[in-house]
Design a protein around this ligand. Structure first.
Ligand code: ATP
Ligand code: BTN
Length: 320
């Protein structure tokens, strides 16, 4: 079962006013029975549609992430202009990785991921229809030495986009998770392709718990939350997505053009600054006070043996 262009057109008509089956059949070039079948299909997808003798009407405003709806509200120049939507997929990052032909700025989104992933083969739990799970394909042409700094663009952009809607403070956990009230509500996975010393293609996978409920996080080892749980209201995912894509585009361009000191910006909202943390990387472990980011976006830790800078690893708060 898939939503196609005809369904999208049908939704457009019935979201504006009550529209007769006869009119829809004529405009869409299909039979009245085919219109009726499509309406039933849309209802199965969760659309609330009033059906009466005089026609069909979409009851709730269309907050779906379907292409026709997103296009209406998206204000970007290139991010999301090509938009690939799935009801279900293994992982949007995998899809983007396996499709090298995707253009700069393409967004791949899924309502459900059955093999959503984080770093090092870890899992990203994607409760269907509740969160935002998408990947942005970018062709940045920057030096590999800039990757860490460049990667800060994305959590920072997501934070700024969400700040408009939330009362709680949002923090960035090094290198690119988002936290609220000491719980993780979003994670970002960057997968890069490199030629020589240039970063040629990056897949920015963003997972955000938006309207997820507490039971969606059962069994996770990190304390997880969603915007709905922390803010006590449900969010319009389409509008949230459109805003995030706009911020990502603006900040990405500002950083590339050298108009933004992203390191200082992220330093201001870095999670656990001044706290004692542990950083684990493969076989090494380091404990110390988190000072902040250095000029290459490495993490400065004051240990008993003096200051150390780390560029990767798993960061946790020391509890004992
Ligand atoms: P951390 O484990 O500290 O979050 P990380 O941010 O680098 O590390 P990954 O190593 O990419 O994350 O692994 C994904 C992590 O996210 C796993 O620890 C997993 O428990 C957690 N996780 C999976 N799904 C969700 C979700 N929907 N919300 C919040 N956290 C999740
Ligand atoms: C993390 O927690 O550190 C990273 C999680 C990244 C999850 C997103 S959801 C969309 C994209 N597709 C995936 O399989 N992973 C990323």
């Amino acid at each position: 079962m898939k939503i196609n262009k005809i369904d999208e057109k049908l939704l457009d008509y019935i979201s504006q006013e009550k529209t007769s089956g006869e009119f829809l059949a004529k405009e869409l070039g299909i039979s009245r029975t085919a219109v009726w079948k499509r309406i039933n299909k849309l209802k199965k997808y969760g659309y609330e549609i009033e059906s009466s003798k005089s026609g069909y009407k979409l009851l709730k405003p269309d907050e779906s992430l379907l292409p026709n709806n997103l296009k209406k509200i998206l204000k970007t120049r290139f991010i999301g202009k090509e938009y690939i939507y799935f009801q279900e997929i293994d992982s949007t990052n995998n899809y983007a990785k396996n499709h090298p032909e995707l253009k700069h700025g393409t967004v791949v989104l899924a309502e459900n991921q059955i093999a959503g992933k984080g770093r090092k083969g870890r899992k990203w739990v994607s409760a269907p229809q509740k969160g935002l799970y998408f990947s942005i394909v970018l062709h940045p042409q920057i030096d590999v030495s800039q990757i860490l700094k460049f990667s800060l663009t994305f959590p920072y952009a997501v934070k700024l986009a969400l700040d408009k809607y939330v009362k709680n403070d949002i923090y960035i956990k090094f290198p690119n998770d988002l936290y609220m009230n000491n719980k993780k509500f979003a994670g970002i996975l960057l997968e890069s392709e490199i030629e020589g010393d240039q970063l040629t293609r990056v897949i920015v996978g963003i997972g955000i718990n938006v309207n997820n409920d507490p039971e969606d996080f059962e069994g996770l080892e990190v304390p997880a939350t969603s915007l709905k749980i922390e803010e006590g209201k449900t969010f319009n995912r389409a509008k949230t997505l459109a805003d995030i894509l706009k911020y990502v585009e603006d900040i990405y361009l500002q950083c590339l053009e050298g108009h933004m000191d992203i390191i200082s910006k992220v330093n201001e909202i870095l999670l656990w600054k001044g706290k004692t943390v542990k950083v684990k990387d493969n076989n090494s472990e380091l404990t110390g006070i988190l000072i902040g980011l250095d000029q290459s976006a490495g993490l400065r830790i004051m240990t008993e043996d003096g200051e150390k800078v780390i560029y990767s690893g798993d960061l946790t708060l020391r509890t004992n």
